[in-house]
Structure formats: structure tokens, C-alpha cells
Design a binder for this molecule. Structure first.
Ligand code: CAA
Length: 400
């Protein structure tokens, strides 16, 4: 049975997140203008329970379903992308990855404080010379006694200068083994040899922390290996199945906000003696916006429904992320066109939506990577393999 109706819990969540996000809007716009970040907003998200939204209660979370995660992202990104990005990395890429792959000790030590919002979490896969080509990372981890000694760097890491815990990926064997010599580690900001630096001059997400991370002879306790040696690439890809979902869901929110702004403006702006909303070329843009947003939302909901069921959703999530991020960009562009010159100014939020939408077509899998993934599934070149550990379905089983 297919059910598109939101539950009472979903509606309460949507309304309360919207109210919270509207409450920080002025501050976020100010931060965006100054290219500054404010970690206090993230800790407040923790107090609201957002950072543990779909983590089981036994691990300190709210125990809500994966559709709730999409609703949270949509509502946050209606206001600004820098509010949604922390959910993508803290919940999508890190906490859900711990839920899926970590052992009990690691869950107790890292997942619980993250779900409770007491510690912030991030994810470091990308390197200066390995973005789309993630199998090509150069960071190394060499086992010495009870530690791995890690050397290398990571680039474009959201919350990289803020997070307390980070899941990173490094090579524990020869490069010739390809992805089979990549392993995952949980690291802490306080480790000796760790440093980070914010990236300046970004086009969008200016109120968000995007950073470089450096590891210089960083000793990581061997018990912080996540999963098994050589399993890191699969862990990274499974993490992206969740991160991409949150990016897509947030993009739907951005697109809805841009459309709402465009509709309000079109109804009040007078040209040639009448509101521009009455012109057919404006209506055509609104119609395209509606079509794009509805289809993107349906793809997100399908991926979320599959996550709730415990079905593998790599293909569906990739499609939803690709489509929703393209739609957000198109809608922001059409909204800017409707606003005319005013859309080009920061007097209205459209230029911020336009700048913020652009990055999501690059991070967590470029639009081109998602096209390759879709084509390889359709051609039968790509088939999902069962994993050693799967993301739990919702409602969460007792032994999760
Ligand atoms: N889950 C689990 N395992 C998976 C998987 C998934 N979703 N997808 C593939 N695998 C497994 C495969 O089954 C295969 O296993 P075997 O060796 O046992 O056969 C293994 O992983 C390798 O798979 P492929 O050879 O098929 O690799 P691929 O072709 O799927 O990967 C790629 C190529 C699609 C280009 C991939 O490298 C990719 O997605 N690149 C983009 C990376 C990306 O999105 N980076 C953004 C990171 S975000 C970040 O770091 C910063 C931040 O703050 C957000």
C-alpha cells in the first residue's frame, strides 16, 4: 500500500522546525552576509533534538523515521542551506553510519553524545586530489601497535573546523588494491596531529563551515577502526546513500521557498498595468516550478519509504538527489528571473537561494556522477551486493 499522508508526528515536526528556523533567519542572513559561522546555532539544533532525529532512543535519539529526516532537511533549507548541511553531515553521513556499522562500544562512546546533540560530527572522504574519484584517496593509516598513524588531508569538509568527531577514510594497504585498501576511522578533534582551516571565498553556504582538515602523524587508537580493514569504501558509499537523501530533501525545501517568494512577488509587482502574475510567460515559469518540485518530492519520499522498509536504495537516493538538486537550481534561477533586477540584489533572499543551490550539484556526488550511476543501473552494469551490515529499518528493531 502506498500512503502519501504525513502522520501527526510528521506534521508537528514540520511546524516546529519551521518555527525554529524562522526564528534564526535574521541571524543566518547576517552571518551569510559576513561570511561567518556560529556554532551556537548548531548546539541549539542539538537542544531541539534535530541532531538525533532518526537515531533510536536507546542511542540518545528521537527515534523518528527516515521521512522525518527529509521533513527536517526540507524545513531547515527553506530558510538557509547552512542550516540543513549540519544535518547532512552530522546525522546523514556520520550518525547513521555509526548506527549501521559501529560496534556497541563505539555507539556508546560516539553515537550517543552525537544524537543528544552534545558533540558535533562530520565526515571526511574528499581530498584535494580525490573528489568524484573517491577510490583514489591518498591519506594513509599505518598500524603501529595499538594505534594507526594517519597522514594526509581532506578538503571541502562541512563542519570540518567545528565537529568534535569525524569519520575519515584512509588507505591501510597498497594503492594497487583499489578500494579494498581503504578503511574508515572515527577520530576526535583533540587528537595530536589534527588541524583544520576554514575555506574562504565560497559562492554559497556562506554561513556554514566548510574546511580543510590535516593529519600529521595523528595516532588513532586501533579500536576506532570503523568496520573492518578494507571495508572503508563500502562504508563511505553507504554513508552517501543517507547523506545524498538529506541533500535532495533540503533542495526541495530551497525550491519551495524560492517558488513562494516568486509567487508573492509576481502577485504584487505591477508591469504594463497589471500584476506580472497575470502574464503567461510568468505563469509558465510557475508551472515548471510546480512540476519540478512535485516530482523531486515524490522521489525523495520514495527513497525515504524504502529506507523505512529497510530496502537498499542506492539507485533511488541517487536519482532523488540528482533531480532535486537540479530542480532547486532551476527554480532559483526562474525565481530570480521573475524578480528581475531585484532578484540580483541581497534585498531579497533569491540571490542567496541561487548561490546556495549551486553547490548541491557538486557535493555528495556531482550531477554527472549521478547520471553515470543511473545509466549503469539501467544498462545492467551495476548491481547492488548485500552488505555485511545494513541500515536498520523503521520502526527500529529491538536489537538495533
Ligand atoms: N553501499 C555499499 N557498498 C557499495 C555502494 C553503496 N552504495 N556502492 C558501491 N558499493 C560497493 C560495491 O558493491 C563494490 O563492492 P565489491 O568490491 O565487493 O564488488 C565496491 O563498493 C566498489 O564499487 P564500484 O567499483 O561499483 O564503485 P562505484 O563505481 O560504485 O564507485 C563512484 C564509483 C560512483 C564514482 C563513486 O566513487 C562515487 O560515488 N563518487 C563520488 C564520491 C562523492 O559523492 N563524494 C562526496 C563526499 S562528501 C565529503 O567528503 C565532504 C562533506 O563534508 C560532505
Amino acid at each position: 500500500m502506498i500512503d502519501f499522508e504525513l502522520t501527526e508526528e510528521h506534521k508537528i515536526l514540520r511546524d516546529s522546525v519551521r518555527q525554529w528556523a524562522e526564528g534564526v533567519k535574521d541571524r543566518i542572513v547576517e552571518l551569510d552576509r559576513k561570511h561567518e559561522t556560529d556554532p551556537e546555532i548548531l548546539y541549539d539544533m542539538g537542544r531541539q533534538g534535530f541532531l538525533g532525529i532518526c537515531i533510536p532512543e536507546k542511542y540518545g535519539g528521537a527515534g523518528m523515521d527516515y521521512i522525518s529526516l527529509a521533513i527536517l532537511c526540507e524545513e531547515l533549507e527553506r530558510v538557509d542551506t547552512s542550516l540543513r548541511v549540519p544535518i547532512s553531515v552530522h546525522v546523514g553521513l556520520n550518525s547513521l553510519t555509526l548506527l549501521q556499522w559501529a560496534n556497541e562500544e563505539q555507539k556508546q562512546k560516539y553515537l550517543i553524545p552525537q544524537a543528544e546533540g552534545k558533540k558535533l560530527a562530520a565526515f571526511g572522504l574528499t581530498e584535494p586530489n580525490a573528489g568524484s574519484d573517491a577510490k583514489n584517496i591518498q591519506t594513509t593509516a599505518v598500524k603501529e601497535g595499538d594505534y594507526y598513524i594517519i597522514n594526509g588531508s581532506k578538503a571541502w569538509i562541512s563542519l570540518g573546523d567545528t565537529a568534535d568527531h569525524i569519520i575519515i577514510f584512509a588507505r591501510t594497504g597498497p594503492k594497487e588494491l583499489g578500494h579494498k585498501s581503504i578503511s574508515a576511522f572515527i577520530i576526535e578533534r583533540g587528537y595530536k596531529g589534527f588541524s583544520s582551516q576554514k575555506i574562504k571565498g565560497k559562492l554559497g553556504v556562506r554561513a556554514g563551515d566548510t574546511s580543510m582538515m590535516y593529519f600529521h602523524d595523528m595516532a588513532v587508537p586501533a579500536e576506532n577502526l570503523l568496520g573492518e580493514e578494507g571495508e572503508g569504501f563500502k562504508i563511505a558509499m553507504s554513508a552517501l546513500d543517507n547523506g545524498r537523501y538529506t541533500v535532495g530533501a533540503g533542495s526541495v525545501g530551497l525550491a519551495k521557498a524560492a517558488m513562494d517568494e516568486a509567487i508573492n512577488y509576481a502577485k504584487t509587482r505591477i508591469a504594463f498595468g497589471k500584476p506580472i502574475a497575470e502574464f503567461q510567460l510568468i505563469q509558465q515559469k510557475i508551472a515548471y516550478m510546480v512540476r519540478g518540485i512535485e516530482s523531486a518530492e515524490l522521489l525523495i519520499w520514495k527513497a525515504g519509504w524504502m529506507k523505512n522498509k529497510g530496502y537498499r536504495n542506492t539507485k533511488e537516493t541517487s536519482l532523488a538527489k540528482w533531480h532535486a538538486t537540479d530542480i532547486a537550481m532551476e527554480v532559483a534561477d526562474m525565481a530570480l528571473q521573475i524578480f528581475g533586477a531585484y532578484g540580483y540584489s541581497d534585498e531579497y533572499p533569491i540571490e542567496r537561494f541561487f548561490r546556495n543551490a549551486r553547490g548541491a550539484r557538486i557535493y555528495e556526488g556531482t550531477a554527472e556522477i549521478h547520471q553515470l550511476i543511473q545509466a549503469s543501473y539501467a544498462l545492467g552494469y551495476r548491481k547492488d551486493k548485500p552488505l555485511r551490515k545494513e541500515l536498520p529499518p523503521w520502526p527500529f528493531p529491538d536489537d538495533v
